[in-house]
Design a protein around this ligand. Sequence first.
Ligand code: PMP
Length: 297
Amino acid sequence: MSEQWIYLNGDFVQKHEAKISVYDHGFLYGDGVFEGIRVYEGNVFRLQEHLDRLYNSAKSIMLSIPHTKEEMKNLVVQTLQKNQLHNAYIRLVISRGVGNLGLDPTSCGTPQVIIIAEELALFPKELYDSGLEIVTVATRRNRPDVLSPKVKSLNYLNNILVKIEASLAGVSEALMLNDQGYVAEGSADNVFIVKGNELFTPPGYVGALEGITRNAIIEIAKDLGYVVKEEPFTRHDVYVADEVFLTGTAAEVIAVVKVDGRVIGEGKPGKETKNLLEAFRKRVVLEGEKVYTETFK
Ligand code: PMP
């Protein structure tokens, strides 16, 4: 792409000019919220759900987003149009704004609104064919009563520590447990295990983000006749599952074939995971914020 336009506080600016102050509290303290969204063939997948999660995260940390959801929808679409993108990843960032060096957010002016849309560097097809090897790590998921994992804040240190542990172990992704030892989620994805016709995924209170892909998979799986249970489970349950997979906006649905050295099922992506990925990929193109496709496609 020769030019990339970033939406920054009311203007579209070129990527190399898209800069914010070092006094922004998002930069200084991770004080802000964000969303990662995907557009498939001009359909923004579940934009309303993403905006609901964004505004709930903002409400939780008492950050007032200076736009209505309707305005924000239009800004997302305008950013896609400006960059002529039909298949892309969208990053929406709202930071507390420019303040002084103290923690107190009341020193900050208006929150900063940033929208980045870019072509998605898709995961290599081989990874979907071979599946991932992952580990569980020592870093625990934030306790919901400390910093709720439901708040998609700019404070991702917990998840970054997971990534560091994963790469030290020579793998690209890892599972976090919560403080009681139940499996919570990956560094940037939710986890499911399959046993026969049943799917299990940790409930929100165990300490997982309420993933939009997770929700879509739960719906799709129920439509396909699977029994879906949101129940806590342990590493042992993961090791002895028929299949394990991760879900997320970027990864969609990706099989896990080895966890902490234990081979899962037959050591290759299982048929239920493939089935769900296929159904998911069909749905993302059909379903979307169609209201924008007439003007956009
Ligand atoms: N958990 C975490 C910690 C994440 O950052 C993400 C990515 N947003 C997910 C799960 C998956 O959520 P979604 O399906 O909404 O992308």
